[in-house]
Ligand binder design. Structure first.
Ligand SMILES: Nc1ncnc2c1ncn2[C@@H]1O[C@H](COP(=O)(O)OP(=O)(O)O)[C@@H](O)[C@H]1O
Ligand SMILES: [Mg+2]
Length: 512
């Protein structure tokens, strides 16, 4: 009798990131992308510009060297560096490597008449000879006056310019790019640090901003959740929850959602009020109709009885017909009473709330049932009544309506009598279970027909119609029992299988 859960099957949807997480992730992604692009472009530009400077210096160094070499050949002495007479070119000496104005780290190679000399200026401004491999690498530089990159084994990467002098000498000058690489490296480190900082700021700032911006949405969702928790199933329900005024600004997206939700809640409330109104009308109608039917039914019963009291004047056929009329009017009176009671229970009419000893009710119910159905095997099962004959251990009192609770028991026992064959054992039990008094009516009859089990407590649910109608069945007995027990704050359930049918009513016990 449990309702199937409404909504999407769990697990059908893969867990997704919240909007906040996604927004922050997008912001971080964009910051990272922009940072990468800017970093790459600026690093390349910086590198290009630094290399261009080195190139310019390399070209200048090469030109100085060429001039010095040509000067040496023509015997001039204008290229002797100050204080370095040993470097002063002389006609009988090979052209100098040491040319004024050359930087530390400058590599020079001069090849004259087949003789090649190559040195570089180290940090102490001394000249250091190059190895054969380094010389070979320098000699491979195309002598086109353009700047080329050379890898000098052990010295690193150089920008080299090779020129041929008018005297057909080869002059190669190269400057190291180590400083450029170091500068670029440092720049990249700074950039990475700055990017990490920017990412952190974007993460924290973005997260705070998104949280702040989404707060109205959270409030709107909270309102919707509050309404969703409200029981709207039946009765008079007022949906008082509304989205706050500040979250309904139509200028913002969230405000539109809030305003739409408010409009929807208004409509739902109106619809529910209408539903309640029409429900109450129907209920009033049923109650009024049942009430109105009681008086004419009483008259019919009275008059038939009156006529039957003077049997001499009537033929036997008419007497039999009158007996039918009387029986049917009795049945109809019971039906009308049931309908009236249900209508009143539906309307939520307050019940009596007096202490009722359920054990005493059970004793009476079993006695009545035994009188009505002597062919059944009636049993009573109360706690503490047994061999020792002691007092019942537990308090089996509930607060409620004695008359209505009797009716519950009468309906359950009459069902056990009428829907089972003679000889069936029926046990009426009362026990205490924690805060509840539990009343059970169990039989070992054939059980409730399976097609009825899902709607057993609904009105006009009954088994095999013709047979039951002949036995005075209305299909309202269990509906009434259910409504009465529910009105007492309790539950009525049924478990049924062939050979074991049990109705269990659980009602909160009276406070001690
Ligand atoms: N103890 C029982 N054993 C078998 N069937 C039952 C029992 N109690 C109820 N039923 C089934 O449930 C139906 C509904 O019961 P109820 O609401 O009391 O209506 P009614 O007794 O007037 O038919 C019955 O018609 C019967 O088919
Ligand atoms: Mg019944």
């Amino acid at each position: 009798m449990a309702a199937a859960p409404v909504g999407a099957a769990p697990g059908a949807r893969r867990a997704r990131w919240s909007l906040r997480r996604r927004l922050v992730a997008v912001v971080l992604g964009l910051v990272l992308l922009v940072g990468l692009a800017m970093g790459t472009v600026s690093t390349l530009a910086l590198r290009d510009s630094l290399v261009a400077q080195v190139d310019a210096r390399a070209v200048a160094a090469a030109e100085r060297a060429v001039r010095a070499t040509q000067g040496a050949r023509s015997g001039g002495d204008d290229t002797a560096p100050a204080g370095r007479p040993d470097l002063a070119p002389r006609g009988d000496r090979p052209p100098p490597l040491g040319v004024p104005g050359q930087d530390v780290g400058t590599v020079s190679l001069v090849r004259t008449d087949g003789a090649t000399r190559a040195q570089y200026i180290d940090a102490d401004a001394s000249f250091v000879d190059l190895s054969a491999a380094q010389v070979a690498a320098l000699q491979d530089v195309p002598a086109d006056g353009a700047v080329h990159s050379v890898d000098l084994d052990g010295l690193g990467t150089y920008r080299a310019v090779a020129l041929v002098t008018e005297g057909d000498d080869l002059v190669v000058n190269a400057l190291p790019t180590a400083a450029v690489d170091a500068t670029v490296e440092q720049y990249v480190v700074i950039e990475v640090l700055a990017a990490v900082g920017a990412l952190l700021v974007a993460a924290v700032g973005g997260s705070l901003l998104v949280r702040h911006e989404l707060r109205p949405l959270t409030r709107v969702a909270a309102t919707a959740a509050r309404v969703a928790e409200q029981p709207l199933g039946h009765g008079e329900v007022a949906i008082t929850a509304r989205v706050d005024e500040r979250d309904t600004d139509p200028g913002t997206e969230v405000g539109q959602v809030g305003a739409a939700l408010n409009r929807m809640l208004g409509h739902v409330e109106q619809a529910l009020a209408q539903r309640h109104e029409s429900e109450s009308q129907v209920r009033r109608f049923v109650a009024d109709a049942s009430h109105e039917l009681r008086t004419p039914l009483a008259s019919i019963r009275g008059y038939t009885e009156l006529v039957r009291r003077s049997p001499d004047e009537l033929p036997p056929d008419a007497l039999a017909a009158l007996a039918r009329v009387e029986a049917e009017s009795v049945r109809m009176t019971a039906l009308v009473d049931d309908l009236l009671l249900l209508a009143r229970l539906d309307a939520g009419r307050p019940l009596d709330r007096e202490p009722v000893d359920v054990a005493a009710l059970a004793v009476d119910a079993v006695a009545d049932a035994h009188a009505a159905g002597p062919d059944h095997d009636w049993r009573l099962d109360l706690p503490g009544d047994g061999a020792d004959g002691g007092e019942p251990d537990d308090d089996l009192t509930v607060l409620g309506d004695d008359h209505r609770l009797r009716q519950v028991l009468a309906n359950l026992t009459s069902n056990a009598r009428r829907h089972t064959p003679p000889g069936t054992r029926v046990t009426v039990g009362v026990r205490r279970d924690g805060p509840d008094v539990v009343l059970t009516v169990a039989d070992d009859g054939p059980g409730v027909p399976p097609e009825l089990r899902d709607r057993l407590f609904q009105r006009f649910t009954r088994g095999d119609a013709s047979r039951n109608r002949a036995a005075g069945s209305t299909g309202l007995g269990l509906a009434i029992a259910h409504a009465v027990v529910t009105a007492h704050g309790g539950t009525l359930t049924c478990t049924s299988a062939p050979g074991r049918t049990q109705f269990v009513a659980r009602v909160p016990a009276a406070p001690p």
